[in-house]
Design a protein around this ligand. Structure first.
Ligand SMILES: Cc1cc2nc3c(=O)[nH]c(=O)nc-3n(C[C@H](O)[C@H](O)[C@H](O)COP(=O)(O)O)c2cc1C
Length: 417
């Protein structure tokens, strides 16, 4: 070992110091500066939390009851082990897929989320335009805060999907659906896991209503979040773009509007009414997956609604192998809930998913910085997908298979999956 006595020292010379003193060019755009510091979706969440009123942030971030479904779904992704193949040429990686009859440049799309303009004034327009720019599908919720027509303008060349909650008033549901079809939405996602609203305890505890009400607590919480309030007060009032106005809690709205009597027959009827692809969102058992495929839908979303409905529901990622084995030839399989990184997406594809949807990962970006925040979220996920694929020795999505992933045992269900 060389002792310090044997080191030959000299005085630092200005010429040697100069290259070490590089100052980054100051970006005058505060939003870009802020977003440049986010390297993961979790970083975006931290920024989002700082900038969004607690009621709106918790509405997006929270889940039902004890939030176990969401925590478990995320844990399941964390508990995977990847098995890389070495010495493959991964100089070029192709992340594109075909899903529901058309291409997507990345293996994920933006999930439908309600009340999105409450998270950030740019709302669905930010999501739809960012999705269009990235070449991925955007989904608009029945309880969206932007009309199908406005979404089509924001994403004129890209793919838009419409999410349907069957309402008690069937005519109103179908009017909405035909408006989406008329402006070129190519896929209908029929959400089937909301016969009643889940128990969103954070919303109850925050006394959260739509639109937000001003109480001493919300005013205090608003002080460091002036941009949100400024946007909120100086843009179109928050109202449902596709429904009549509402003045109450979200749970009350869902329970009043949505029809708990919907059955498989209604699904067959919707299938015949919609000109494009039909996908059922919220499948949680193999039996139900088989039944909806028998009705003749084009795809299924294995989902527990981001843990926002039945707490302790099955982990959608865990359903993949058995659903793939039984139905992979007959339907397209999409999975969501708990995706927080591109590696999660790669794992889902390796386990048998054809595609994935991201909800909160997109909303954290939106809350952190509007359109640019959504771009950042998509960039982060893309970088992670590409890097994970290269490290796995995989150059295209179709090469991914179950050999690349093992589920470590902690949360694996008993019995054969
Ligand atoms: C704030 C929020 C609102 C949502 N609103 C809807 C909705 O209106 N319709 C729907 O089918 N799913 C809705 N979802 C569920 C998402 O479509 C998706 O299933 C879920 O977010 C996936 O989980 P992730 O957030 O962990 O990615 C919502 C999710 C969130 C977080």
């Amino acid at each position: 070992m060389m002792s310090s006595r044997t080191l030959r020292r000299r005085f630092p010379r200005p010429r040697d110091l100069a290259p070490l003193l590089t100052f980054k060019k100051f970006d005058t755009n505060a939003r870009r500066r802020r977003l440049a510091k986010a390297f993961t979706i979790a970083d975006l969440r931290t920024i989002a939390k700082r900038r969004t009123p607690q009621g709106a942030f918790d509405y997006a971030d929270g889940a039902a009851d004890q939030e176990l479904s969401l925590a478990r779904a995320r844990q399941a992704f964390l508990d995977i082990e990847f098995h890389p193949a070495i010495l493959r040429d991964v100089s070029q990686v192709d992340t594109s897929v075909r899903i529901l009859g058309a291409p997507s440049s990345l293996p994920f799309g933006i999930a439908p989320t309600g009340f999105t303009r409450m998270m950030h004034a740019e709302g669905e327009q930010a999501g739809a335009s960012a999705a269009g720019a990235a070449g991925i599908p955007f989904s608009l919720s029945t309880v969206g805060t932007t009309t199908p027509e406005q979404v089509a303008i924001a994403n004129p060349r890209g793919r838009n999907w419409f999410q349907l909650y069957m309402q008690k008033d069937r005519d109103r549901s179908m009017t909405l659906v035909s408006r989406a079809a008329d402006v070129g939405f190519d896929t209908l996602l029929v959400t089937v896991d909301v016969p009643v609203a889940g128990a969103r305890l954070r919303d109850n505890r925050n006394g959260f209503t739509i639109p937000p009400t001003l109480t001493p607590a919300t005013v205090l919480n608003a002080i460091p979040r002036t941009e949100w309030w400024w946007n909120f007060l100086t843009t179109e009032p928050l109202r449902f773009a596709s429904l009549t106005d509402w003045d109450g809690t979200i749970a009350e709205l869902l329970d009043t509007l949505f029809d708990p009597t919907v059955t498989f027959d209604d699904l067959a009827w919707i299938r015949d009414e919609w000109p494009g692809k039909v996908v059922v969102k919220g499948i949680q058992t193999l039996d139900d997956a088989k039944r909806v495929v028998d009705v003749g839908v084009d795809g299924i979303v294995l989902s527990n609604h981001g843990g926002r409905q039945l707490d302790r529901a099955p982990i959608p990622f865990h359903l993949l192998p058995v659903v793939k084995r039984e139905l992979g030839q007959r339907t397209e399989i999409i999975v969501d809930t708990g995706i927080m990184s591109g590696a999660d997406i790669v794992a889902a594809l390796a386990m048998g998913a054809d595609f994935t949807l991201v909800g909160r990962a997109y909303l954290y970006g939106l809350m952190a910085g509007g359109r640019e925040g959504v771009d950042r979220a998509i960039d982060i996920l893309t970088g992670e997908i590409v890097r994970t694929m290269k490290l796995l020795g995989v150059a295209s999505i179709s090469e991914l298979n179950t050999q690349h992933v093992t589920q470590l045992r902690r949360l694996v269900p008993r019995g054969d999956v």
